[in-house]
Design a protein around this ligand. Structure first.
Ligand SMILES: Nc1ncnc2c1ncn2[C@@H]1O[C@H](COP(=O)(O)OP(=O)(O)OP(=O)(O)O)[C@@H](O)[C@H]1O
Length: 249
């Protein structure tokens, strides 16, 4: 995991840095329009904005799932905006973890094999000691042999979180990671995410529609019409809601 640097040293470089990122989708929709934003190591950022404001597009461009039309995206020290396949996939597999709303676990594999799968796909030797620690940290010790279908939604998302962290990625992106969970279970998953940021220095960037979920972040970045529309630091859910009301007016 990323170790936070001594405060006397220069501030740590952002693990992901977008500069003037514009994305025009096929059909001419300008989903992002000159967005510049950085995500520092050991930080938890929520990305919010009205429907269609460009949140998913931002996440996809920052994670190397999509290429911007123009601008730079530096991920773990490499400009990925112009990188072609299969190099882009290699960078993504080495440095990025994902947590999705729908968990995206492989039902034919056990919990343990799901957690190790991304490292195996990346051709890395799985770090089993770290994977065991992750299973414990997410509260699933003893359930390693279970299939995802035998687990509750909250447990499945905890497996997905362990899977995202198993390769010690520079950054983890979450697309509505609590969107399919009930309130209490969602809160448990967010508390876990928060602990991974605070205790092991993980870097987490999450798109959400939920002000209560965003309030777990250190920083909330707002988008409107594909442009940055301000940010709030360690806000309450009420402050996030108030800002969203302003943006949707
Ligand atoms: N693959 C695509 N092809 C064409 N247009 C797209 C594509 N993906 C997104 N768009 C358009 O780009 C704009 C931004 O979409 P995006 O999904 O990034 O917004 P969002 O803020 O994540 O929305 P939501 O909150 O509804 O998920 C929208 O107008 C959308 O219709």
């Amino acid at each position: 995991m990323v170790l936070l640097q001594d405060s006397k040293q220069a501030p740590p470089r952002d693990v992901v840095e977008l500069t003037g990122v514009t994305k025009v989708h096929p059909g001419g929709v300008r989903a992002l329009d000159g967005v510049s934003a950085g995500f520092g190591p050991g930080t938890f950022t929520a990305v919010m904005g009205p429907s269609g404001s460009g949140k998913s597009t931002l996440l996809h461009c920052a994670a190397g799932l999509d290429r911007p039309t123009s601008g730079r995206v530096v991920l773990a020290g490499q400009d990925i905006a112009t990188l072609r396949e299969p190099k882009l996939t290699a960078v993504r597999r080495a440095h990025v973890g994902f947590v999705f709303q729908s968990f995206n676990l492989v039902d034919a594999l056990s919990v343990w094999d799901n957690i190790l799968l991304p490292q195996q796909l990346a051709g890395q030797r799985p770090d089993k000691k770290w994977a065991r620690e992750l299973v414990e940290r997410v509260g699933l010790a003893g359930r390693e042999k279970a299939r995802p279908g035998q687990l509750s939604g909250g447990q499945q998302q905890r497996v997905a979180l362990a899977r995202a962290l198993a390769g010690r990625p520079a950054v983890i992106f979450g697309d509505e990671p609590t969107g399919a969970l009930d309130l209490g279970t969602g809160r448990e998953v967010l508390a876990l995410l928060r602990r991974f940021v605070d205790e092991v220095g993980a870097t987490f960037v999450m798109v959400t529609h939920d002000p209560a979920a965003a309030a777990w972040a250190d920083r909330v970045v707002f988008l409107a019409d594909g442009r940055l529309a301000g940010e709030l630091f360690a806000p309450s859910a009420q402050q996030v809601s108030a800002r969203m009301v302003e943006l949707t007016r």
